[in-house]
Ligand binder design. Sequence first.
Ligand SMILES: Cc1cc2nc3c(=O)[nH]c(=O)nc-3n(C[C@H](O)[C@H](O)[C@H](O)COP(=O)(O)OP(=O)(O)OC[C@H]3O[C@@H](n4cnc5c(N)ncnc54)[C@H](O)[C@@H]3O)c2cc1C
Ligand code: SF4
Length: 572
Amino acid sequence: MAAYQLSVQGLKVLLLEAGRDYDPVTETPMFQTPKDAPLRGSGDANKPFGFYDATVDGGWRVPGEPFTTAPGTQFSWWRARMLGGRTNHWGRISLRMGPYDFKPKSRDGLGEDWPLTYEQLAPYYDKTEMLIGVYGGDDDLENTPRSSPGVLQPPPAARTYELLAKHACDGMKIPVIPAHRAVLTRPQDANRLPQKLHPGNALAQRVLKKSMSERMACFYATDCGRGCSIKANFQSTTVLLPPAMYTGNVTLITDAMVREVTVDAQGKASGVHYVDKVTRADHHVTAKVVVLAASACETARIMLNSKSSLFPNGIANGSGLVGKYLMDTVGAGISAQIPKLEGLPPINEDGTAGIHMYMPWWLYGDQKAGKMNFARGYHIEFGGGRGMPGPGIFGGLETYTQGAYGKKFKEEARRYYGSFMYFDGRGEMIPNEDSYCELDPTAVDQWGIPVLRFHWKWSDHETNQALHMVNTFKDIVTQMGGTVQGTVPTDGARAIATGGSIIHEVGTVRMGSDPKKSVLNEFGQAWEVKNLFVTDGASFVSNADKNPTLSILALAWRSCDHLVEELKRGAL
Ligand SMILES: Cc1cc2nc3c(=O)[nH]c(=O)nc-3n(C[C@H](O)[C@H](O)[C@H](O)COP(=O)(O)OP(=O)(O)OC[C@H]3O[C@@H](n4cnc5c(N)ncnc54)[C@H](O)[C@@H]3O)c2cc1C
Ligand code: SF4
């Protein structure tokens, strides 16, 4: 987002990317069926989610680039080493944070407030949703804000299992509403939107019109996790990088592993050192302004590694807070079998692959009244249906088919296909002193760069919330006439997913209104180094239940507007 915003505003941008060049238009396996995949599509070290997953050179482990965990800590860290990062295959669920989410401490005394309000970010949410293309409904529920009229793409129709779950939830007073996801259900209006998004900026309008014209709407045939060669879903590589490159203002260097931000004698950022991963040579490039957006933990790592006489603990780290207050999303889930969904006629449920409906948090009143044993909410993502069957889809069916084989087994497979569902909770984690990353004192990666060591602890708020999630899912499944597969945990500490495993890690370089309690101001600008900006999830003060990426993008746009203003008035 930063490369796009800065280049369309006329700045010269050098974009350094640690991963390899990647072009979804030519590289996405859009139309292959499971039988075309080697090894039946199974995952390997480079493709942990299977052959068709869009990630290359990354996953739970990056060869030659380890991280460590403190004794007793369990933490998972997903990284993508490719142009566009994890946006090439993310779930594209794009929920706005609400007014409460920006002021959590003011509401219940826990955590910290953001230095800005929902109302200040709302115009950037609108603009980001129009730019990348987000579908959704116009529901306006408590702390689940609606977008301005005309901003969202129309939501896709609900699927059978989604309607059945809604029916059950209606009886339990749990709202089920259209999901918001970054997928085009209609072509973007390439004549109207560029003017609306960049009034008075002819360059931005020209490049955006061209790139929007190159995007098609979803044609309901494939799986978004593979990436989208027709550019219908949002990936940085198909939506933000093309217009940025069309400006002629961006120089892109891939396989460039940034290791350190350098400073001049006055304590301003002067550039960065990076390792050319092909030649293994070290380079230094200079810059008037340095913007870090390497993902929350990598950004903290670069800052901690940027030691100098002026900043012995890492650049802009006088507060000692770089790496601190690391958060992930609280996750817990169950799967279930629903007899009412057996034997339904074949139908295409592929397309805008991902959730069409979801349940936003609904118990704000009970929490306020002190009736709950955890402070913050969660939303529910649920799935199932009859998309194109993936490899191994019928594994484990013998529990239901009871020894059937041959023709009878095929009939049973058709009967049961589409009758399985999953329910996943995605909840807010409150930042705590015990969850953070720091430089490991001895371990380095294959480039000789010190690696991160993680510390992690859930509080009772999160484990109690996870238990509430699985019990709620069990009740929904019962209401639907179904059966939970396996046992429902009775202990929140067993129900909760490992820290980092929901892949929503944020925090580590947080913003705030007090330089003693934060590293960045409300624009992602370092308090101590005014020409250093952070535009990824590192700046998050709290981690609301809403998936973070839409907020990362909206905050990045706001940061870039501020950066350009500051440059214009000679303040950087
Ligand atoms: C399977 C999956 C599903 C997800 N689903 C959702 C979802 O539905 N909704 C949601 O909001 N979020 C989702 N996420 C999270 C989402 O992908 C991230 O929030 C988002 O991609 C963060 O963007 P980022 O630019 O900060 O980091 P990344 O996307 O990780 O990009 C960071 C980039 O920086 C590069 N880099 C790293 N270190 C260096 C270095 N030292 N020098 C140079 N370059 C470097 C990386 O190679 C990468 O290209 C999901 C993630 C995964 C993996
Ligand atoms: S489902 Fe639609 S948006 Fe997703 S990859 Fe396929 S065509 Fe693209």
